[in-house]
Design a protein around this ligand. Structure first.
Ligand SMILES: NC(=O)c1ccc[n+]([C@@H]2O[C@H](COP(=O)([O-])OP(=O)(O)OC[C@H]3O[C@@H](n4cnc5c(N)ncnc54)[C@H](OP(=O)(O)O)[C@@H]3O)[C@@H](O)[C@H]2O)c1
Length: 213
């Protein structure tokens, strides 16, 4: 999945962390000249985010969707075993930085557009047993921050979405994931498009089903 993407009618801007790496996003941009623009952002770096906001100041987007996540270097560690340094790093990337992006770039989203954040979703007991990843599941904290953000933005017509992508076979999800990227992402994108114009915060999965808080 892409680390972050802002889509406008007929075009989209995606963000990658390093300008040195060639990714599938670059292939997409090559295949659709003029329709995909790539920006580089390490979501932890406030000066990079500020510079991006300045570059995009005159642009308006229909959708801002934030999708970045890390786990601690040894995801088999229990929460009591994780070092304070690793804990803080995961919280900065998975909870604090996505909300900074939302607060900084939401003004670029059209009044009836959508602001979304990828969520860790609710994991089944079986999945919790197979993939320890006690720390990355704490992305739930970003979910709590979205609730506060939604309360502050109650008068806004923008749709706010927390998206649970399902258990997907990525580097993070691991090879045992139930879904391929192709099974999750197109449907997830369809759900985001369908939620535009519906104000308020919704917590849904890649099939559009409501996820309990
Ligand atoms: N896979 C699953 O089963 C699953 C389940 C529930 C929720 N999710 C959520 O889905 C989203 C995508 O996860 P994934 O499975 O696609 O994992 P992934 O393959 O590990 O992708 C994580 C992405 O986050 C980016 N990222 C990490 N640190 C960053 C930073 N400091 N600045 C900017 N981007 C950064 C990575 O960019 P680089 O390429 O530069 O490292 C990478 O593109 C995450 O929010 C995750 O919590 C996934």
């Amino acid at each position: 999945m892409l680390p972050g993407a802002s889509a406008s009618a007929g075009a989209c801007t995606g963000r990658i962390r390093s300008s040195a790496t060639r990714t599938k996003l670059h292939e997409l941009a090559d295949a659709h000249p003029g329709r995909v623009e790539i920006e580089t952002l390490d979501i932890r770096e406030q000066d990079q985010l500020a510079a991006l906001a300045t570059r995009l100041a005159q642009r308006r987007f229909d959708i801002l969707f934030v999708n970045a996540d890390i786990t601690n270097p040894d995801p088999t560690q229990t929460i009591g075993e994780v070092s304070t340094e690793d804990f803080v790093e995961v919280m900065i990337v998975n909870a604090l930085s996505p909300m900074r992006v939302v607060e900084t770039l939401a003004p670029n989203v059209t009044v009836e557009g959508l602001v979304g954040v990828m969520s860790s979703g609710r994991q089944r007991r079986q999945q919790r047993k197979r993939t320890a990843r006690a720390l990355s599941r704490q992305q739930g904290d970003a979910q709590q921050f979205m609730l506060s953000y939604a309360a502050r933005e109650a008068a806004s017509a923008r749709a706010l979405v927390l998206m649970a992508p399902g258990w997907v076979r990525t580097e993070l999800g691991g090879p045992e994931g139930r879904l391929s990227i192709e099974e999750s992402v197109p449907s997830l994108v369809g759900v985001l498009l369908s939620k535009q114009g519906t104000p308020g915060l919704q917590y849904v999965d890649y099939l559009g089903r409501t996820v309990p808080w």
